[in-house]
Design a binder for this molecule. Sequence first.
Ligand SMILES: C[S@@+](CC[C@H](N)C(=O)[O-])C[C@H]1O[C@@H](n2cnc3c(N)ncnc32)[C@H](O)[C@@H]1O
Length: 269
Amino acid sequence: MSNETATNRAAMPKTANPVLDRRTVENANRNLLKHLKPGLSVLDVGCGSGAITRGIAERVGAQGRVLGIDPSANLIDQARQHSGELPQLEFRQADIYSFESSEQFDVVTCARVLQWLAQPQEALVRLEKLVKPGGFLAILDYNHEKIEWTPEPPEAMKKFYGAFLKWRQEAGFDNAIADHLKDQFLQIGFEKITIEPQFEISRKSDPTFAEESQIWSEVARLRGPQLVQDGYISEEERTAAIETYSEWIATTGESMQLYLLAVEAKKNG
Ligand SMILES: C[S@@+](CC[C@H](N)C(=O)[O-])C[C@H]1O[C@@H](n2cnc3c(N)ncnc32)[C@H](O)[C@@H]1O
């Protein structure tokens, strides 16, 4: 499929996105915590509504500098509105494929973004150039093929999820990108690469189980209309997925685990 298809499918819907908004650096990008010292500069690529970026800025403090970029004007507006008065924090509308900067950063982070790119390798080459010598590149991403639900979710949700992965794959996105990042880092010249599992597990006993496992109802609500429009599922199938999965969460659902890896490397100084 064309680059245009990939760009259209990667575009975030304009409505409020509760999934992005409830993330924090502590709960959704904790691989960064070991790097974040006062005074550092950080570039957050594909920062979305800036929920994680704000936490990064608080940790590097007023002597630091944090730039969040995202191609979505709407998300950058939201990020600016919620960013408070942190002088060290800036948001800019920009796309990693075309972002030009003479500035380099102590840490370049890119979380849950390469999964939405048809040319992740090209993006990685660009990301590497934005890291200062001696700085770190930190990628966090999914292998969507390794999701685990206990017990199995309803057929309607399995069908929606299968259609979602097919829709993504046919736009050129790598559903298993987390497990391919190490090789991609090697190809762009990084040598010592660290890989940390960052699985997100929600169990029924957790107070946040309903909210977290609901991510797939939210995907069906926010992204589902695009799948219907592109002919991957019917509108009835989309709504059945939302309804039966909500029922699963409220009754038999025990746990859901998202498979994420943090893949990081230091640039030679
Ligand atoms: C799933 S969200 C992740 C947001 C945030 N990093 C997080 O972990 O919550 C993916 C983000 O990637 C952005 N994105 C998509 N294509 C991009 C590109 N070519 N360059 C930079 N960001 C992109 C989207 O606009 C969206 O905000």
